[in-house]
Design a protein around this ligand. Structure first.
Ligand code: HMG
Length: 388
């Protein structure tokens, strides 16, 4: 039975900074950020959004009333969760009006957890034909002001409905995965910003990709010629380009050129959002599906998921004939065009405010047009509001 992504949706809040302006403020050549890192803009998450509201805003757009009554599991992947006990998926069940007979669970392994959720969803649907599983990956990437990682921040959420006979892409049963206890990036429970051994993390990412690609070829007998496109976890878009270039010598010149063009399509949105950790690979997939001029039914896409700490997975999906119908028309273009640019001074002034403050507080959400917002905390309980 074919199982995979039936619908795919994205959300990121309505404010951003321009990375040329950030480079000037940091006394850095803008081309380091624009070309060396491959990022042009960065989403800035206001105090009125957190991983729950972003996830709800992403998922709400793709769910029909029938979906809400039929979903049997909600898998919420994040590494910027808001509670060490309660799963974010339970909040989503309420906000999204999903039936009470759904299982709800939160998953964590750095940026990798969204892929784990997707694979579990695939296996669950394969065992339970007709079942629908909602997988949402939502994160806020933070490294701190004026750190080397600052240019790779960002945030947002991707929601995916997994069903049989999916409209967008099947998830093939060809995954190769691996884990290794490494300290390339971590965030102790008391910290709001990530700690990272940046250059080491870049190397581990590429080593994991090369090892898994090699293993994939051995296990499946497939070669690069079997792939019409690749989508990568994109902590910043140059990282994916480097990984792709590591295997491009295996392709003939014409195919290599084609794969590079598809890579450009796969990074259009990520360049303007930044890292969204668990959702990053799936924003890149969405970018590819929306911006590629050549994708069509039956094309095989290779997907590389990487989560620091570290865990990686490489698998493939087959594009379906009706894939455009599983996407929300012009959704990301609309989100991007309606965003408000912050000055670097505003961004710096607000940086600590979104996460810090008295345990109980009111949050000003009047400038936030999103459907779901965080209005404050009462008795240390988060107060979510549906503005519509
Ligand atoms: P850095 O040390 O400031 O940058 O930090 P750099 O000196 O390495 O330069 C970056 C690139 O810009 C280089 O290109 C330079 O040559 C180039 P490369 O050699 O790598 O191809 N450059 C220029 N290009 C054009 N014009 C110029 C110019 N100047 C320099 N004038 C670093 C960069 C990524 C390390 C830092 O931003 C960082 O620590 N980021 C956070 C960590 C990260 O994103 N790691 C990625 C792999 S780990 C991962 O993906 C997991 C993660 O998502 C977390 C999770 O799993 O939860 C992060």
């Amino acid at each position: 039975m074919a199982v995979g992504i039936d619908k795919l949706s994205f959300f990121s809040p309505n404010q951003y900074i321009d990375l040329t302006e950030l480079a000037k403020r940091r006394d850095t050549d803008p081309n380091k950020y624009l070309i060396g890192i491959g990022q042009s803009e960065q989403a800035v998450i206001p105090a009125s959004q957190d991983v729950i509201t972003m996830a709800a805003n992403a998922a709400d757009q793709l769910l029909t009333e029938a979906d809400r009554s039929e979903i049997s599991m909600i898998m919420f992947a994040t590494e910027s969760g808001i509670d060490n006990s309660k799963s974010g998926a339970v909040y989503l069940q309420t906000l999204l009006g999903i039936n009470r007979y759904a299982r709800t669970i939160e998953l964590k392994q750095a940026c990798y957890a969204g892929t784990y959720g997707l694979m579990q969803a695939r296996d669950y649907v394969a065992l339970n034909p007709g079942a629908k599983v909602l997988v949402v990956a939502s994160d806020i990437a933070r490294y701190g002001l004026a750190t080397a990682g600052e240019v790779t921040q960002g945030g947002g959420a991707v929601a995916m409905l997994v069903t049989e006979n999916p409209k967008v892409m099947t998830l093939e049963r060809d995954s190769q995965f691996m884990s290794q206890d490494l300290m390339d990036f971590w965030r102790p429970v008391y910290a709001t910003d990530a700690l990272v051994d940046g250059h080491f993390s870049q190397d581990v990412y590429r080593e994991f990709f090369k090892e898994l690609w090699q293993r994939y070829r051995e296990q499946t007998g497939r070669t690069i010629a079997d792939f019409q496109a690749f989508a990568f976890h994109l902590p910043y878009t140059k990282q994916g380009l480097k990984a792709l270039k590591d295997i491009l010598p295996e392709a003939n010149a014409e195919h290599a050129e084609h794969l590079l063009a598809e890579f450009e399509a796969s990074r259009v949105f990520n360049k303007r959002i930044g890292n969204l950790y668990t959702g990053s690979l799936y924003l890149s997939l969405l970018s590819l599906l929306v911006n590629s001029a050549t994708l069509k039914a039956g094309y095989r896409i290779g997907l590389f998921s990487y989560g620091s700490g570290a865990e990686g997975e490489f698998y493939s999906g087959l594009v379906q004939a009706e894939f455009k119908k599983g996407l929300i028309n012009e959704q990301v273009e609309r989100l991007l065009s309606e965003r408000r640019k912050m000055t670097i001074e505003q961004y710096e002034k607000n940086y600590g405010q979104a996460l810090n403050g008295p345990l109980d507080r009111e949050i000003d959400f009047k400038d936030d047009p999103a459907k779901f917002v965080l209005a404050g905390l009462v008795n240390q309980q988060r107060q979510y509001i549906n503005q519509q």
